[in-house]
Design a binder for this molecule. Structure first.
Ligand code: NCD
Ligand code: ZN
Length: 454
């Protein structure tokens, strides 16, 4: 065999089904050899992974890289550098950019920006706005991994989608074989509550939790799942935040609904009331971070295999945008793509997860949900040469100023983490080595679903 581009020697490979020791050879961007170190052909570059864990490239299925149009908050250069630093090899980007990814022009302008700037691979969700549902056809042709729709208003995307628009979007998506991911909070409930709170003079961060109660999530989740049932559409619930809403999914799933579920590190690890009190609007996010009991219910769901993916909901805003007094003017969200993997590895040390579950929730699960598996989400011959190599014993303290994002504010400020990515390999090229991002490395490519299933 000729010389390979890269051989990773002697690491412990972590798949969703367990671990085994093997060396991996990559050539032309693809895994071409797996086996004992002695069987590896010679290579241009070798990484000694003795004592390290080798995960299939981590996929963050939920990022807002703000490019094009909102690039003072983030762009594909800084966002993808944050991804690489956090061990993430593929990101799936949300459509609430400017222009939004709701038609051909929106898709192509994002593709142009990402192809030029991203150091990791990327996929795009097709957005839906009322009256533009038919554009989903061309977005599917262009390679959208799925559909994202907002049932309440959000940063940079117009009217909420609900009722007839929701049903129409699901009908079209089902005919195209695309799964529909929902931001499930009931827009009408929230708008009404916000006006009541505002009129009562509330401006404090805790008012955010009151304006977006669990009931609003429950209502929207139920409607999204029932619309999926009625239309035969596959559905994905993004950033599930509450035990109650999870209970609704449990109850409705047996009706024959193909539903997958994502939650995020902040819903598992933080207490909303405590975080908003301590950090103010920095901790403001949609849906709001809930109670300890909700976090426990999500952990329980995770243990039962009822959570299919963890995504970061990387939603960067500038510190000066976040650090304002008035809760209603502060934007929602914070960066997360760089901290997600270390936070979850830390939970392995705390006994709440296994490495195999991390491999499933942060790589194989999202790859399967969005039709990218086994090109992504797997370490196997023929899969893309995307690897996240982790030192399970390395420790660090999360510091806002060290983040690669333009949004240097995190609710995890000061937290000690154990388990860090030390190499991020995308398509056989090392884009991060021991914390240093190689900006001049290869540029990322668009990932399209391998098959859409109607
Ligand atoms: C997201 C953003 O800022 O784009 N914010 C958030 O709080 N999650 C949008 C969204 O998902 O609602
Ligand atoms: Zn959302």
């Amino acid at each position: 065999m000729s010389r390979l581009d890269l051989v990773v020697r002697g690491g412990l490979i972590v798949t969703s089904r367990g671990t085994f020791r093997a060396s991996i050879g990559i050539e032309g961007g693809v895994i071409v050899a797996m086996g004992s170190t002695e069987t590896m052909p010679p290579a241009e570059r070798k990484i000694d992974a003795d004592g390290l864990l080798v995960f299939p490239g981590i996929i963050d299925e939920h990022v807002h890289f703000r490019d094009p149009g909102l690039d003072w908050k983030e762009d594909f250069r800084t966002g993808s550098m944050a991804a690489a630093a956090g061990g993430v090899t593929t990101v799936l980007d949300m459509p609430n950019t400017e222009p939004p990814t709701v038609d051909r022009q929106g898709f192509l302008s994002k593709l142009e920006a990402a192809s030029r700037k991203s150091v990791v691979d990327f996929g795009f969700y097709a957005g839906v706005v009322p009256g533009k549902v038919d554009a989903l056809r061309e977005l599917a042709e262009l390679g959208a991994v799925g559909v994202k729709l907002y049932m309440s208003e959000t940063t940079g995307i117009g009217e909420p989608v609900d009722g007839l628009d929701l049903i129409r979007a699901m009908e079209v998506a089902a005919s195209l074989g695309l799964r529909v991911g929902v931001h499930a909070e009931d827009g009408r409930t929230i708008a009404a509550l916000r006006e009541v709170l505002r009129a009562g003079g509330r401006r404090d961060p805790l008012a955010h939790m009151e304006a977006r109660p669990v009931a609003a999530e429950v209502l929207a989740v139920a409607r999204a799942l029932l619309a999926a049932k009625a239309t035969g559409c596959r559905v994905h619930v993004f950033h599930l935040s509450s035990g109650e809403a999870h209970g609704v999914i449990r109850a409705l799933r047996p009706m024959g609904i193909d539903v997958t579920v994502e939650t995020c590190p902040h819903y598992l690890l933080l207490d909303g009331r405590e975080a908003l009190t301590r950090l103010g609007n920095v901790a403001k996010v949609n849906p709001p971070i809930r109670s300890r009991e909700d976090a426990e219910a999500l952990w329980e769901a995770l243990r039962r295999g009822e959570i299919d993916a963890i995504g970061s909901d990387h939603a960067p805003h500038l510190p000066e945008e976040k650090k304002v007094e008035d809760v209603w003017t502060a934007p929602s969200g914070f960066p997360g793509v760089e901290t997600m993997l270390p936070l979850m590895l830390t939970e392995v040390h705390r006994g709440r997860l296994t490495f195999a579950e991390v491999s499933w929730l942060l790589s194989e699960g999202p790859a399967r949900i969005w039709g990218l598996y086994p090109r992504k989400g797997a370490i196997a011959i023929g899969s893309d040469g995307d690897l996240t190599i982790v030192d399970p014993e390395a420790e660090a303290v999360i510091r806002s100023e060290n983040l690669h994002s333009k949004s240097k504010v995190t609710p995890f400020e000061g937290l000690r983490v154990k388990g860090l990515p030390v190499y991020t390999v995308v398509g056989g090229e090392v884009v991060m080595e021991k914390g240093e991002v190689r900006e001049d490395a290869r540029k990322g490519r668009l990932v399209r679903p391998l098959r859409r299933s109607a």
